[in-house]
Design a binder for this molecule. Structure first.
Ligand code: ITT
Length: 184
């Protein structure tokens, strides 16, 4: 049986691309358009994503924007996740939460699809908590400090678990459902 048609994922992050490739296999053949694009500063991931879709050339591709929203910090770093990670990393986040009992956090993913020029968004979320120390060597970014609800391991300790329950997986499943009825 021939594989379904190809669709480009525009991202500068190889980890994201590999996660998406695995989750979408059988639905669409992913092509990695390895590019970093400018992200405007906005209040929500949805606005950041829509603006980026307007700026990136091409009429059929998707992008994905993710953020970690820490409840005790009123959703910080949220849309600033990339900047904050670069500046203070996981150790900085752990310092901000030192002594804090409410360690709840939500990872969110917003996928922006442009298909033949038409724009659509798909979202995914996973709830969890921020660990008290960084643990694990797999994954990337905030994975060593994020423990999904109902589990005791961080995403960086258990990449198989991450692939099953992650924000990105949920958003990609929505995308897959849409692509099945609207093939690229
Ligand atoms: P793009 O080129 O696709 O934009 P990026 O790495 O800049 O790749 P984002 O802006 O979506 O990705 O990510 C914001 C920050 O959140 C960044 O520091 C990532 O490392 C982190 N992040 C995103 N998804 C994550 C995940 O699944 N696990 C851990 N950290 C993640």
């Amino acid at each position: 049986m021939s594989l379904p048609v190809e669709l480009a994922f525009v991202t500068g992050n190889e980890h994201k691309f590999r996660e998406a490739e695995e989750i979408l296999k059988g639905v669409v053949r992913l092509h990695w358009r390895r590019e970093s694009y400018r992200e405007v500063q906005a209040e929500t991931l949805e606005e950041v994503t829509k603006e980026a879709l307007r700026e990136i050339p091409g009429d059929s591709f998707f992008i994905e924007d993710a953020g970690l929203f820490i409840h005790a910090l009123n959703g910080f770093p949220g849309v600033y996740s990339a900047y904050v990670f670069k500046k203070i990393g996981n150790e900085g986040i752990l310092r901000l939460l030192k002594g804090e009992k409410n360690r709840g956090a939500t990872f969110r993913s917003v996928i922006g699809l442009k298909l033949r020029g038409e724009v659509r968004l798909f979202t995914g979320e996973v709830y969890g908590r921020i660990a008290t120390e960084a643990r694990g060597r797999e994954g990337f970014g905030y994975d060593p400090i994020f423990i999904p609800t109902g589990h005791d391991t961080t995403f960086a300790e258990d990449p198989v678990l991450k692939q099953k329950v992650s924000h990105r997986r949920r958003a990609l499943q929505e995308l897959a459902r849409y692509l099945t009825s609207h093939p690229p």
